[in-house]
Design a protein around this ligand. Sequence first.
Ligand code: NAD
Ligand code: DAU
Length: 349
Amino acid sequence: MKRTILITGGAGFIGSHMVRLMVNKYPNYLIVNLDKLTYAGNLKNLLDVEGCSNYIFEKGDIVNTDFISKIFSKYNFDSIIHLAAESHVDRSIHSPMEFIMTNIIGTVNLLHAAKNLWKDNLEGKLFFHVSTDEVYGSLGQTGLFTELTSYDPQSPYSSSKASSDHFVRSYGNTYNIPYLISNCSNNYGPNQFPEKLLPLFINNIQESKPLPVYGDGNFTRDWLYVEDHVKAIDLIFHSGKINETYNIGGCNEWKNIDLINLLCKKMDVHLNNPAGTSEKLITYVKDRPGHDKRYAIDASKLQSELSWKPSLQFEQGLEKTIVWYLNNYEWLSDVTSGEYQNYYEQQYK
Ligand code: NAD
Ligand code: DAU
């Protein structure tokens, strides 16, 4: 095998697309997927690569120092693509400690294990940290986040991600660990857990349940199809300048309410409902505390240095996403049973 790569959080939404891309595109890389399988991790996301000879799954917690140290000795990784995290802003408002443990302590554990493993030879080694645009805080009506925008995280989630970014850079500066960081905007696509806006609303429309719009619905996000995100990570992983940061975004801003109206129209067509049926489910609810008004990414560094651009138009991506959820009702009903019901009650009571 030419490389042995640890992918953390590979059973989650973005992680499973990352694992699939790497396993299929690079048969001469050994891909080790390490995941704790929290409520957000689901090995059914990876049934198609399960039997591949260049793929191994290891269940474990990145917060567990002994376990991490054993895994690093066992495989002698030369690179890490770190996606494991607690990722939902609303959950971070209710339970910030889990975010601090996984997103900060877990990241430092991995950095520490990499430092110990690579101490005698840093040649060809790489710690790739997958982060978010939320570390930059909130934009006003105009402007874009660049790689030089100051950090100004507002939620426990974004603060924990910001902290992990700082630790990655500090291990680079202090111990010469070669690293790359990417900060991406909102992803959407198949396999996203239905606590996030699009899959939650697709699920609720199918079940004729209210669509809970936070505040006045005039919050803006920049949406990118998940496969375009993982293709960008692959490109940066292989060709990015070491110790640099790259912003990734779709150049595709939508106000929540406009996006929700578009989704409702498309769902009515797919479900053969009379026009306007889904829109009637829209229900304005109490705003998320500390809700960031607007995110928008300037991805020109990635475009000019590495010639990256998103492959899908947003309407195509949204269609593909809706079709996937409609065709995978079993996946959706599996993940919305059990603990999900308690979460839903708590969040939307
Ligand atoms: P997700 O919640 O769908 O998946 C997270 C995965 O990490 C799950 O499989 C979970 O089991 C695993 N995990 C959680 N805690 C763990 C622990 N302690 N040890 C080992 N595994 C653990 O998240 P996602 O949306 O796929 O996001 C993946 C990464 O990308 C995160 O770091 C997130 O901050 C970042 N990101 C997400 C988005 C987005 O829009 N979803 C955008 C930019 C960046
Ligand atoms: O920007 C990147 C980030 O995007 C990632 O780092 C996070 O992991 C990911 O969860 C996402 O964060 P957001 O908070 O933007 O995503 P979410 O899907 O939770 O919400 C999108 C917008 O929709 C936001 O303005 C809040 C609003 N919303 C969300 C939910 C769940 C609602 O109005 N109602 C809802 O029920």
